[in-house]
Every structure is written in structure tokens, then in C-alpha cells.
Design a protein around this ligand. Structure first.
Ligand code: PMT
Length: 210
């Protein structure tokens, strides 16, 4: 099988030296890529900036912004049987990127933001992707309810619901605890290393291929 996995944060430029981003380390996505490869599959890992080593035998594409990631996923999804989008893509980016470093001034500064492209939401409707589609939902409240809404709205087979309000799991941690939400069930995976959680996600995703 061929897997496509997204990982890490994106960076949305404000000026040549500043950007908007988030706390994603990339560990969850790199663990997914390692797990899929370990199980004998071909893997294309598309990642925002991280300091991690790319798992051996994995095809790797480094991107910076949500737009870059959108274009890379659009171009690489052909021939893929399982796509797992675990990246923490920025939802907003500055409307305009300053060509020069913005000089500080007295008083407040207002930054106008616009939405970034929705990569997960484009998989079915714009890219015509027909394989197994797994998204993540990083939530701080109404975890399962929001995950189920995402499952339906984005045409996913499974959503990995991740409570990111809890310390010791989720963003920038070696551990995670998630619930796999599908049309018919909710399967809770107890707190474990991201490598073990990743293996369970990969194996569950493959069950959609009969
Ligand atoms: O990187 P780590 O430090 O290991 O942390 C792991 C993690 C917490 C980042 C990971 O487990 C996780 O929860 N990833 C999803 C983070 C996220 O941004 O979730 P979201 O609920 O905002 O997005 C929902 C889904 O849409 C995700 O599959 C996301 O990749 C996707 N998305 C979001 C915005 C956007 N513009 N395009 C997208 O495709």
C-alpha cells in the first residue's frame, strides 16, 4: 500500500523574520510514517518545519506554509491508498506579507488574517481522492462531538480525536491518548508512546481496505 502522511506545524510569514505557527513538534506524524513503513508500506511524508530525523525508507517533502502543504498534498495524493493528515496546519495567515522587517512603533499593531486552504476538506471535493482518509481533531472542548462533525463534513473514514487541553499528551509530547472515531464506533487508545498509538492508527486505517 502507499501512504501519504502530513506532519508538524506550518509557518505563515508575517515578514522576512517573523511568522505565525503552533506548538506541533511533528512527533505524531513522524511516528505514523515510521509505523506505516515498519508494516511494509510505501510512505510519503509531507512535513512542516521540525527538528526530527526522517524515518528510514520514507519519501520526504519539506514544506513551510499551509499553501505549500496544500499544493504538495494535491500533487502527491495520486496513487495513495491511505492518507493520514496529522499536521497542525495554521488556520489563518496574514493577508499581506511585508517585504521588509516590520519596524516597531508606538502603540498597538493590528495584523489582518485570512483563512488558509483546508487541505483535509479538499481531499474528496477538490483533489478527487478516493482512498482511506484519516483526519485528526485537536480539541480543547466537546472532543468527540467535534470529531464526529469533522468526520462527516470532510468525508473522512476515521478521525483521531486528540484532547489537546491535557498536559503530558498531544502537542510537543512523546506520549498521546486518542479516540478513533468512525461512523459506527469510538475506540479509545489509552495513554501510550506516540509510536504505539501510531501503529494502532495505521492498523485500524488498513481495516477499511477489504
Ligand atoms: O506534532 P506533535 O507535537 O506530535 O503533536 C501532535 C498533534 C497534537 C499536532 C496531533 O496529534 C494532532 O492533533 N494533529 C491535528 C492538529 C490540528 O490542527 O487539528 P485541527 O482540529 O485544527 O484540524 C483538523 C484536521 O484538519 C487535521 O487533520 C488537520 O491536519 C487538518 N487541517 C487543518 C487546517 C487546514 N487548513 N487544513 C487541514 O488539512
Amino acid at each position: 500500500m502507499r501512504f501519504l502522511i502530513t506532519a508538524g506545524p506550518t509557518r505563515e510569514a508575517i515578514d522576512p523574520v517573523r511568522f505565525l505557527s503552533n506548538r506541533s513538534s511533528g512527533r505524531m506524524g513522524y511516528a505514523l510514517a515510521g509505523a506505516a513503513r515498519h508494516e511494509g508500506h510505501e510512505v510519503c511524508l509531507i512535513s512542516g518545519p521540525t527538528s526530527l530525523d526522517v524515518p528510514e525508507g520514507v519519501d520526504f517533502l519539506q514544506v513551510e506554509s499551509a499553501k505549500d502543504m496544500y499544493e504538495a498534498v494535491r500533487d502527491m495524493q495520486r496513487g495513495v491508498q491511505v492518507a493520514i493528515l496529522s499536521a497542525a496546519v495554521a488556520d489563518y495567515r496574514p493577508v499581506a506579507v511585508a517585504m521588509q522587517k516590520i519596524k516597531k512603533d508606538e502603540g498597538e499593531m493590528v495584523l489582518r488574517l485570512e483563512r488558509t486552504p483546508d487541505i483535509l476538506g479538499s481531499m474528496r471535493s477538490e483533489f478527487g481522492y478516493g482512498g482511506v482518509l484519516v483526519g485528526f481533531a485537536a480539541e480543547t472542548q466537546n472532543l468527540l462531538e467535534n470529531a464526529r462533525k469533522k468526520l462527516e463534513r470532510k468525508g473522512c473514514d476515521m478521525i483521531v480525536a486528540n484532547d489537546v487541553s491535557r498536559p503530558g499528551i498531544g502537542f510537543d509530547s512523546s506520549m498521546n491518548e486518542v479516540t478513533l472515531v468512525t461512523k459506527d464506533e469510538e475506540l479509545h487508545l489509552s495513554k501510550d508512546t506516540k509510536e504505539h498509538i501510531a501503529l494502532a492508527i495505521v492498523r485500524r486505517a488498513l481495516e477499511f481496505i477489504s
